[in-house]
Ligand binder design. Structure first.
Ligand code: ACO
Length: 709
């Protein structure tokens, strides 16, 4: 029986909650969960379940879920692993909608079968599972703290989704210490059923959530997650702490949650593509989320730094470059705007240096000038403690200024460095929700995160062009390989496939006789190349199966004989299908373009400059498919070797449009053909701008069990 499952909203906003395994013993997890639910002011109905019956924390205890005389939206399960399946069956019989399973002892320790059995049963009966191996969930809307973490969760606007339970519990404590209020915190654990993607769906439409923090170790259904993140990041900032990046880290993550971490480069590139704000630091993630949850969106990118110290201004300027914060640099305009508020010896160049003799009034005047200036969209106000300064009047000025900037949709961040008085001031202002930092770099990093989010939100919608493919010819290409049981296409078949997708290839044909070879060569024009075609010979050059630079008929005749002789000598048993005759293309800049189905993220596309750039420098960039022309161009710009395409030392720019075109076409080909597991154009030779390019060779591996289009 397969039943329709409930809306994910009921997991976060249940009308009733049962705690199965609610213990009489106050030290046990089941007791703690019940206690947290009761002490947090949850307004719905609460039902403890324990075979011993009786009363816990003043509530009547039901021996089983089935004894509850009411509907149950969520049943939190905290019984030992071996009793979970039976409990899930009872919950399903009672039409429970969601079962967060706290219990450990499943796929994370190799007990995958039991986990699968539980989820399959639950799904068949219309029930969804969160976990297992989780600490529970907190949701501000009904004030539900169904966790065995801290009792007091600070209410606010940041939602946390975490794959690690212990880290999640620690983050609740840290959120309280940092005065970062939470709108939800969910532990996804083994992600046997509900994963981050569905949770994001709820959080994106959850009005109280203004920023989302995710801790991810491994991604199982990356394709769905990518689509969801692309949408989510346009609505709310999504900060991701990705762990399991180093080799050792990946091994630790695998044994931790039973899922493999995706390759770091692919993950990073795809997260950027989704507009996600990625960091490896928990502190940075907290700083960003706290700031972003209350930040206003700027109206433009021009920022000013206002400071009383040259040194701190320089550090901030460096940080602005690192975090891609644009500094307003119209010097004349800056002088007009700030000269009247800057003391003598100061500077109106950005940073605006108010000098060590600056007073609160100087800051007030300069901040007001920045706020009123239409071409200035954000400000960083930095302060180094001096004896001249009246700290007591500084706090109210900062607070007033902050609210005035917010009201004008201008982000402003403060940084104050000094002794105890300054630390007290900073602490007091932070408590009041003002973005003030001891370290100026933290302030700039937050503004950089806001601008990254702003750019993604304001970026035009991605336009994915339809690529025309010659569909009937495509199907035929795979048929032959399938009939012959080959998991790959022969070179000429791969070329044919790319031609169907409109990728420029040299003219070529497979000759079965010498006469044919000569005829093709004359038809294509010289020079030509000859290559052996054989399913048994993968590395053609190694066996003398390739001849280049053939300039006339006689050279073709000689090369044809030599290739057959070489192959028969080195690999006497190889089945030779023929000799490919192809136009020899002139030299140019070589690129590699590939597309494959990634185990974590589904279809992805890759590009790199050929030769050492790919092999030694590993200078490649990735995106999830489909990609727009702009995405393809961004991928090229991500390459460290991109300047080579632009032309160095007076060279002409390469034909970047052709590269972009081939990337889009190769990606479209992989998406259109389920048969293809992996496709690589290597090399694509590109010429100067306007001269195009040509794909010289291609390799296509077929998907296991794929069939037709
Ligand atoms: N239905 C209802 N209640 C039941 C059932 C059942 N089928 N079976 C047992 N119970 C009751 C027990 O009687 C007991 O109550 P009692 O103390 O009143 O007798 C209660 O459920 C708990 O059962 P215990 O056998 O005492 O189990 P215990 O509480 O020690 O542990 C738990 C259960 C917490 C689920 C444990 O097995 C477990 O998995 N712990 C790990 C949890 C975890 O770490 N999850 C990941 C979190 S994230 C992180 O890493 C921090």
């Amino acid at each position: 029986m397969s039943t329709h499952c409930a809306d994910i909203k009921f997991l976060f906003e249940p009308r009733s909650v049962a705690v199965v395994g609610a213990s009489h013993d106050a030290s046990k997890i089941g007791h703690k969960v019940l206690q947290n639910i009761l002490s947090n002011g949850y307004g719905g109905k609460v039902f403890p379940v324990n075979p011993k019956g009786g009363e816990i924390l003043g509530l009547r205890v039901f021996p089983t879920v089935n004894d509850i005389p009411d509907e149950v939206d969520v049943a939190v399960i905290a019984v030992p692993a071996k009793a979970v399946f039976e409990t899930v069956k009872q919950c399903a019989a009672h039409r429970v909608k969601f079962a967060p399973i706290i219990s450990s002892g499943f796929s994370e320790v190799g007990n995958l079968d039991e986990e699968r059995k539980i989820v399959a049963y639950a799904r068949e009966h219309g029930m969804r599972v969160l976990g297992p191996n989780i600490f529970g969930l907190y949701s501000v809307t009904p004030s539900l703290n169904a966790t065995f973490g801290p009792a007091d969760i600070p209410k606010g606007n940041v939602a946390i989704v975490t794959q690690s339970g212990a880290l999640g519990i620690a983050m609740i404590g840290k959120a309280a210490a940092e005065k970062m209020g939470l709108s939800a915190i969910v532990s996804v654990g083994n992600k046997s059923d509900i994963d981050e993607t569905e949770i994001l769906e709820y959080l994106v439409s959850h009005p109280q959530t203004r920023a989302i923090l995710m801790y991810i170790e491994g991604v199982k259904n990356g394709e769905r997650l990518v689509k969801r993140l692309q949408h989510a990041s346009r609505e709310k900032p999504v900060v991701v702490i990705k762990a399991g990046r180093s080799r050792r880290g990946a091994i630790a993550a695998a044994s931790h949650t039973g899922s493999l971490a995706g390759a770091a480069e692919v993950f990073d590139a795809i997260m950027r593509q989704c507009g996600v704000l990625g960091t490896e630091s928990i502190q940075e993630a907290f700083n960003w989320c706290k700031f972003l949850a209350s930040a206003v969106l700027p109206l433009g990118e021009q920022t000013v730094i206002i400071t009383n110290g040259g040194g701190i201004g320089v550090i901030a300027t460096d940080a602005c470059e690192k975090y891609a914060v644009t500094l307003y640099d119209d010097l004349q305009d800056l002088d007009r705007a700030f000269a009247h508020v800057t003391p003598e010896f100061g500077s109106t160049k950005n940073p605006i240096d108010l000098t060590g003799q600056a007073t609160v009034d100087h800051y007030d005047g300069a901040l007001e000038a920045a706020r009123r200036h239409a071409s200035i969209h954000a400000a960083l106000a930095l302060y180094c403690e001096t004896a001249l300064f009246d700290v007591a009047s500084f706090a109210p000025m900062i607070e007033r200024s902050y609210h005035a900037f917010q009201a004008d949709s201008k982000p402003i961040l403060f940084s104050a460095l000094g002794g105890e008085r300054i630390e007290r001031l900073t602490e007091e202002l932070r408590q009041r929700g003002i973005p003030i930092f001891g370290d100026v770099t933290d302030a700039v990093s937050c503004l950089g995160a806001l601008y990254q989010y702003y750019r993604y939100r304001t970026k035009p919608d991605v336009v994915i062009e339809a690529v025309a493919l010659e569909e009937s010819s495509l199907a035929k290409t795979f048929e032959k390989a399938r009939q012959e049981g080959r998991p790959f296409l022969l070179a000429h078949e791969a070329q044919q496939l790319l031609r169907c997708a409109g990728v420029p290839m040299p003219q070529s044909a497979v000759a079965r006789t010498l006469d044919e070879a000569v005829r093709y060569a004359n038809e294509f024009g010289y020079p030509v190349v000859l290559k052996v075609v054989s399913r048994d010979i993968l590395h053609k050059s190694d066996v003398g199966g390739v001849a280049l630079d053939l300039d006339n008929e006689q050279e073709v005749i000689d090369a044809y004989g030599a290739i057959l002789h070489n192959c028969r000598t080195v690999m006497p048993n190889a089945l030779i299908d023929g000799i490919e005759v192809a136009q020899q293309v002139p030299a140019g800049t070589q690129l590699i373009i590939g597309a494959r189905r990634d185990p974590s993220f589904g279809p992805i596309v890759m590009v790199g400059l050929g030769g050492i750039y790919v092999e030694v420098m590993k200078d490649v960039s990735f995106r999830a498919l489909p990609i727009s022309r702009q995405d393809a161009l961004d991928m090229l710009k991500d390459l460290r070797s991109y300047p080579l395409l632009l032309g160095v030392r007076g060279e002409e720019t390469r034909d970047i449009d052709t590269v972009v075109d081939v990337m889009v076409r190769v990606g479209a080909l992989l998406l259109a053909c389920q048969d293809i597991a992996d496709i690589e154009v290597n090399p694509l030779i590109v010429y100067e701008h306007g001269q195009g390019g040509i794909a010289v060779d291609a390799r296509v591996l077929l998907a296991q069990g794929g069939q037709g289009r």
